[in-house]
Design a protein around this ligand. Structure first.
Ligand code: SF4
Length: 280
């Protein structure tokens, strides 16, 4: 039986700090936080074995509420801080928590190269298609034609797929869920945290305040209902024509492959360098 929300709250929240939280009622960020905590509970990791690093944005607040080793860093740089921590202490289980603007605009280069290097990290990317905290500007995942505060007559750029970008860039493990599929989200986060190498979990989320309302998609419940209707599993998607997949969101594991892991390779290089020095 999954742990109750009371048990998770009691065990992992920083009760005497940072509350009440800043998220709007119904925001998907809380669902992702619950999924992360359920995954960590199942993995039976000690709090001190975990590091959460975030950038800037609504999702960036998550580590500040949780009682792990945490860093709330600068915009787009969660992965750079996470990289430094992992190289300094490879035994730590390091998770970067980012939003779509944070991870794929200012932090886009870091995401691509973290995947290419196959750093042994987990990246949870909450994709709500907008910059929520800063007032509803379009991000690299805002759909074409959408209305935002920086595209009041319709967005003229095309969104890219975070998960497919991560697959192409070389991540060991890539998966996608939505906040409607909360139980799937925590299973995927659990798999990602156990996977050696760079693991990306994209979670499609609702910013009903800055995106849903402006685009007449509706409130939080209506957005979650839409995610339910749009989602198709990886298995089902494999049987569908490209045109049938228009407007759908593929959920599940998109890539799971064993590749050389950066921290392991770095250790080998150090050993080779040390041996060469001793010989000389
Ligand atoms: S602005 Fe959007 S992303 Fe930010 S807390 Fe509110 S609903 Fe969530």
């Amino acid at each position: 039986m999954p742990p109750s929300i009371q048990a998770l709250t009691h065990t992992y929240f920083r009760h005497n700090k940072r509350f009440p939280h800043v998220w709007c009622p119904g925001c998907g960020n809380g669902i992702v936080m619950g999924a992360l905590l359920r995954a960590i509970t199942r993995l039976e990791l000690e709090k001190d074995e975990i590091v959460l690093a975030s950038g800037i944005g609504c999702s960036g607040r998550m580590p500040t509420y949780l009682d792990f080793n945490t860093l709330h860093t600068t915009h787009g740089r969660a992965l750079t801080f996470a990289t430094g921590i992992k190289l300094a202490n490879p035994a730590l289980n390091v998770v970067a928590i980012m939003g779509d603007g944070d991870a794929t605009a200012i932090g886009g280069n870091h995401l691509i190269h973290a995947a290419r290097r196959n750093l042994n990290l987990t990246a949870i990317i909450i994709n709500n298609s907008i910059y929520g905290m800063t007032g509803g500007q379009y991000s690299p995942t805002t759909p074409f034609g959408s209305t935002t505060t920086t595209s009041v007559y319709g967005h003229i750029e095309h969104a890219f797929s975070i998960a497919e970008l991560a697959v192409t860039a070389g991540a060991s493990f890539v998966a996608r869920s939505t906040v409607y599929h909360a139980a799937l989200a925590d299973q995927l986060i659990e798999q990602a945290m156990m996977k050696p190498g760079f693991a990306v979990v994209e979670i499609i989320s609702n910013c009903h305040v800055q995106y849903g309302r402006r685009n007449k998609i509706g409130n939080a419940v209506e957005m979650l209902t839409a995610f339910k209707e749009q989602a198709v599993t990886v298995k089902k998607a494999a049987t569908m024509e490209q045109k049938e997949l228009q407007g759908k969101v593929t959920i599940g594991v998109l890539a799971d492959r064993d590749l050389p892991v950066s921290t392991d390779e770095y250790k080998k290089i150090r050993e080779r360098a040390r041996a060469a020095q001793e010989e000389s």
